[in-house]
Design a protein around this ligand. Sequence first.
Ligand code: UDX
Length: 432
Amino acid sequence: MNIAIIGTGYVGLVTGTCFAEIGHHVICVDNDPEKVRTLQSGGIPIYEPGLEELVPRNVAAGRLRFTGSVAEGVEHADVIFIAVPTPPLPDGSVDLSFIEGVAREIAACLTSYKIVVDKSTVPVKTGEKVAETIRRYNRAKVEFDVVSNPEFLREGSAVEDFMHPDRIVIGVSSPRPVPRMREIYAPIDAPVLVTDINSAELIKHAANSFLALKISYINAISVICEASGADVQEVANGIGLDKRIGRRFLDAGLGFGGSCFPKDLSAFIKIAEQLGYDFGLLKQVQLINAQQMDRFLRKITDTLWVLKDKRIGVLGLAFKQNTDDVRLSPAIEVCQRLLREGARLRVYDPRAMEKAKAVLPPGPTVEYVPERDAVAEGCDALVIATEWPEFKQLDLERARRTMTHPILFDGRNLFDPREMERLGWVYKSVGR
Ligand code: UDX
């Protein structure tokens, strides 16, 4: 099948590359000439495990190419996927101007029947608007169908998630595009759920909000664990073994961040409000997430007292493991709040240091340390802010020797409290 992907961010690039990998002919379109040039010359603008192998392989096989021209993409494709950003507006609703712009551009280029698929995360009823827009700007009155096909890719394991999804959701307003959509995904072994467009759009917001709710739930439990002397990890294991609940997304810590959960929650609350429902449950999810961060910082100030001129080593800048993405990263927020209190930071992340420099500029109070095990040198305390598995291999002995006091605030519960105590650390984690 000939496919165009409009928008070559995390979702678009992974989706386009994976479609090529399963045998389709794909053009990825982006309006950022710099990004297109990078991709055309063999570079990959983001870090996502697997892409560095899949992109060149599919380019070489002639199944994947990049362009700045929507017209070229539309001309090439039977099916056009929209994967452009849907950033939040100050009131929590979603800025749909990129989607609308692309819908108009596609409409202007239509010369034969196409399927236009929305992959970007959008509020319910957006598909209806996209169809309306294409109808309005499609002067040649060419036939088309609009489909909603939400993505469920996690950054850091997006290629794996694409190849082995839990489900594929296809939202349509008529049966016409269904066979082609099924054909596109035929090489992928997963249940296919065909719904109406509004339900498909809701599935995405409802799924992400539920996962965020699960995290806030365990974070709320972590507060009760701390107050009662219980261990949140034991509790998570205990409730997670119930198959109706499941253990995943029950890791207490600094809370969730990233480009999806915070934005999708606000957007879902907003669209619910517009539809006449006050989604108080999800407002609590947001509140618990914010309080979790406050509580962690309070732990640091309670222990270190005055932060001014204290040297603090921070391990982790990305919003989660296996990514270089720092958008709404809880780790960056920790750093910014420590800086506001006058602390001096030594920071390290295995992948996200370059991107972090834009939001956390290096200078007299922020030193980027190229080596993980050197971060602790001369520090009054160490903070773990991202759940990178490799932080578990931290050279604790070296860190302890080179710090003024061996204090570790573990915002991601990577170490065993008893073992840390045995090794002579003052160790504070979350909910244990
Ligand atoms: C999420 C959804 O998982 C994915 O299906 C959707 O398509 C996009 O949004 P992503 O934002 O890449 O993916 O990351 P995810 O792995 O879901 O983690 C989000 C945040 O929650 C991270 O900050 C992570 O640290 C945090 N988290 C996750 C926890 O605090 N505890 C957990 O148990 C799991």
